[in-house]
Design a protein around this ligand. Structure first.
Ligand code: GLV
Length: 332
């Protein structure tokens, strides 16, 4: 006869680093998904039955319906800094702790944002495709001319930790003029460290040579860059989105790229990813990457470890390291 385990029961909803999984397995009763199957919303609910906690990536949705169907669930630990896959008000109201994975990915993601900006402005993907296609027959004076990064105006929408990392790179490394718009203005010391000047959104759109989006996704930031905003940008401008799909209206962006309303875009995130708007696949002046801004082994390992540490802290010490909410009541 088997006796029910007294260990907390945890679901790890996607494949993660085996060594992090092994740590969880040494403390918890773990169901994992090392086969990395993509579960439907219903299958996730089924697998969560009787689970006390879950380690999610940004791809699994923790909805009010799921919370209601999984009354034993007490904590959702996201292996991502963004947590728009969580219905936070529903979690808070139903006593479920949410955590995310901030800080450990800041510099890696800022590196990538800057790399995508450079690849976009200097037309690296477009010119590489041209070379691979065997179309390079001779040098010419204006072949794949892009726009300068050094000395240009770098605009940043969303000046959190990653936005500040990009600002520092632009200001200290490339002598850029940095302007930003954010819900909250940084204090003077932080602005000085990034060499950044606060402007309103219209000024950001009209003055940026390169505009990088690092704003979290919410109802408020949905399509914050659409046809109207693209029309306000310089025709020579580049746009980079490393934040979340849905912040940019991808259909409007494809039109703006095709018509030359802006010069180029670099996108790491897409509305409805992993699907990509078909029009973006056919315009040449866009660099497309599959949501990899935080993807170095060291950083992804640190993100998984932080999510695991949140679960360990919660069940062993009754607190967490990086909460995204303060539940109003506790379950059970
Ligand atoms: C990645 O997109 C994250 O939110 O960590």
């Amino acid at each position: 006869m088997t006796t029910p385990s007294s260990k907390p029961r945890i679901l790890v909803s996607r494949a993660i680093f085996p060594e992090v999984l092994a740590q969880l397995e040494s403390v918890f009763d773990v169901e994992h998904n090392q086969a990395d199957a993509l579960w439907s919303a219903q299958e996730l609910i089924t697998r969560l039955q009787g689970k006390d906690g879950v380690l999610t990536t940004g791809s699994e949705c923790i909805s009010a319906e799921l919370l209601q169907a999984c009354p034993q669930l007490r904590i959702c630990a996201n292996m991502a800094v963004g947590f728009n896959n969580f219905d936070v008000p529903a979690m808070t109201a139903s006593g479920v702790q949410g955590t995310n994975a901030p800080d450990v990915l800041t510099e890696t993601t800022a590196d990538f944002g800057f790399a995508l900006l450079m690849a976009t402005a200097r037309r690296m993907a477009e010119s590489e495709h041209f070379l691979r296609a065997g179309l390079w027959k001779r040098w010419s004076y204006d072949m794949f001319c892009g726009s300068d990064i050094h000395g240009a105006t770098l605009g940043i929408l969303g000046m959190g930790r990653i936005g500040q990392g990009i600002a520092r790179r632009g200001f200290h490394g490339f002598g850029m003029k940095v302007i930003y718009h954010n819900r909250r203005r940084l204090d003077a010391e932080m602005e000085a460290a990034c060499g950044a000047r606060y402007v309103d959104k219209a000024t950001l759109l009209t003055q940026s040579d390169h505009l990088v989006l690092v704003v979290p996704y919410s109802a408020e930031s949905h399509h914050v860059i659409g046809a109207k905003e693209l029309a306000q940008m310089k025709s020579t401008a580049t746009l980079v989105n490393i934040a979340r799909g849905g912040i940019v209206d991808d259909a409007a962006l494809a039109c703006a790229l095709r018509s030359g309303q802006i010069a180029a875009a670099g996108l790491d995130v897409f509305e409805g990813e992993p699907r990509v708007h078909p029009d973006l696949l056919t315009v040449p002046n866009v660099v497309l990457t599959p949501h990899i801004a935080s993807a170095t082994l060291a950083t992804r390992r640190a993100m998984a470890q932080l999510a695991a540490d949140n679960l360990l802290r919660f069940f062993v010490h009754g607190d967490v390291l990086t909460p995204v909410n303060t539940p109003v009541a506790s379950r059970n």
